[in-house]
Design a protein around this ligand. Structure first.
Ligand code: B12
Ligand code: SF4
Ligand code: SF4
Length: 402
């Protein structure tokens, strides 16, 4: 793994460039190659890291694609229906095998995964610091200027083009490659953990010692057998802050999640009605959730991103509920067109804003909720009726975000 210079704070000393320690498995395979090929492949790995830096990535590491132990948990996770309505996670290949359970099921030709990451940490407040009953929370990754898919993928493709050109220059056969930013049937975090760019935190997120966990990941699979980096050491220790803070108990154990309980799933992915048991716990979240990252001590000391493409849009930080809940199709498109929020559609954001107002403890929201209760979309109307009943009930004390 290499920390690239991009998001490093000016005040901090530059991290020392540690020599890359290669895995014994990769070395033993390379032993059969001729000397110049070993040299060519090893220096190609250095070329990749350098080119990733030039493309503006904050982190770059190389993972093997051989069976990865963590993927053994995947079939049981799907069998237990932890993916809920995210049917794409359970997709199978022509042989009936779960695509994501093994890279060989989807890209048997792949020998290495080049994992790149960008920090999107910013100076904006944490969700755990926002307790204004008139405002809701759009998660940190979604209140940025652009959609991270559109920002990372072109740069990953540029890196891919450089790699292909470089192999030609070195007289190596043209490699096969595939680029993904959340777009393909691979479990990116497992590859990231094996690439050394970070460890799997107990909240299931990839966590880098210097940059924290507010990271976007991009993965390039390649048929080149590049020397893999050493996986990062697990630095969670005895800490359990993220598990303790999760309002819906979605983190069922360290590194295990029931996605159907995660507020991120409830506000972004779930199309059916939100389970009444989880509605109160969703607090004033409008899109996604950052709590298990906001409480993580490693994020407290992480530098802010300096990427202009990942600049926060201040009007979307802790936005007013009376603005979001009054949006129509046209305004929703205008405001969220280039952000991940468009995935929830107007219906999703209105539904979440109804729950947020219901959980605010603030009866000033009642007039708007009564209007939403007559909304033509039955789901929006039903969630608004629930919110009215909650505000009018005796237990409506107001919910802080955490
Ligand atoms: C589906 C999905 C979701 C779902 C499910 C999340 C989940 N934990 O599975 C929902 C909608 C809830 C979600 C939420 C979020 N997501 Co999301 N999501 C994805 C997606 C598309 C697939 C993830 C997946 O396959 N999940 C299935 C489970 C089984 O995989 P997993 O959690 O990675 O689990 C592995 C490890 O836990 C591992 N494991 C490791 N050690 C151990 C030990 C034991 C004992 C066990 C049992 C297992 C285990 O086993 C599992 C694999 O078999 C990826 C992109 C991709 N293609 O990978 C983005 C991705 C994971 N999401 C991302 C982000 C940013 C988020 C949010 C922060 C967004 C937000 N602010 O709301 C939250 C974070 C919530 C959280 N605590 O994880 C980033 C994560 C970056 C990072 N630093 O890790 C990704 C990588 C997208 C990207 N390209 O940047 N997400
Ligand atoms: S994102 Fe929120 S709901 Fe999901 S696991 Fe983290 S704290 Fe829990
Ligand atoms: S809050 Fe603690 S346990 Fe959770 S990911 Fe951060 S360091 Fe690990």
């Amino acid at each position: 793994m290499q920390i690239l210079s991009h998001a490093r704070p000016a005040a901090q000393p530059a991290p020392s460039h540690r020599p890359h320690s290669f895995r014994y498995t990769a070395l033993s395979q390379l032993r059969h190659c001729r000397g110049f090929e070993v040299h060519a492949i090893q220096s190609l790995a250095n070329f990749v890291r350098h080119a990733a830096q030039q493309e503006g990535f904050d982190l770059c590491g190389i993972a093997p694609t051989a069976p990865l132990a963590e993927l053994e948990y995947f079939p049981a996770w799907i069998a237990a229906q932890r993916h809920g309505e995210m049917e794409y996670l359970a997709s199978r290949n022509e042989q009936g095998e779960l695509k994501r359970a093994d890279l060989a099921n989807v890209a048997p030709w792949a020998r290495s995964a080049i994992v790149c990451a960008d920090s999107y940490h910013s100076a904006q407040p944490l969700s755990t610091e926002c307790d204004d009953s008139k405002r809701g929370w759009i998660s940190r990754y979604a209140f940025l200027e652009g959609d991270y898919h559109d920002i990372l993928l072109p740069r990953l493709r540029a890196l891919e083009a450089r790699l292909v050109a470089e192999t030609a220059t070195r007289g190596l056969a043209e490699p096969r490659t595939w680029c993904y930013v959340d777009t393909g049937p691979i479990v990116e975090r497992v590859l990231a953990a094996h690439s050394g760019i970070g460890w799997t935190g107990k909240n299931t997120l990839i966590l880098n010692q210097q940059l924290g966990s507010f990271l976007f990941l991009g993965v390039m699979l390649t048929s080149l057998e590049l020397p893999a980096d050493t996986p990062s050491e697990d630095r969670c220790g005895s800490c359990t802050l993220c598990l303790d803070a999760c309002p819906t108990q979605a983190l069922t154990a360290p590194r295990q999640m029931d996605a159907t309980r995660c507020i991120s799933y409830l506000t972004i992915e779930q199309r059916s009605a939100v389970d009444p048991e989880l509605r109160k716990a969703a607090g004033r979240h409008l899109f996604g959730c950052d709590i298990c990252q906001d409480v993580c001590p490693w994020n407290r000391r992480a530098p802010f991103s300096t990427s202009s493409a990942l600049h926060p849009r201040t009007e979307l930080v802790n936005p007013r509920l009376d603005w979001i809940s009054c949006m129509n199709e046209e305004e929703f498109r205008r405001v969220f067109r280039h952000t991940p929020v468009k995935r929830a559609k107007l219906r999703g954001i209105l539904r979440a804003s109804a729950l947020a107002m219901g959980n605010s403890g603030d009866r000033a929201h009642l007039p708007r909720l009564r209007e939403l209760a007559r909304h033509t979309d039955p789901a929006v109307a039903e969630h608004a009726r629930w919110a009215i009943a909650r505000l009018e009930s005796d237990d409506a004390k107001g919910t802080h975000l955490p």
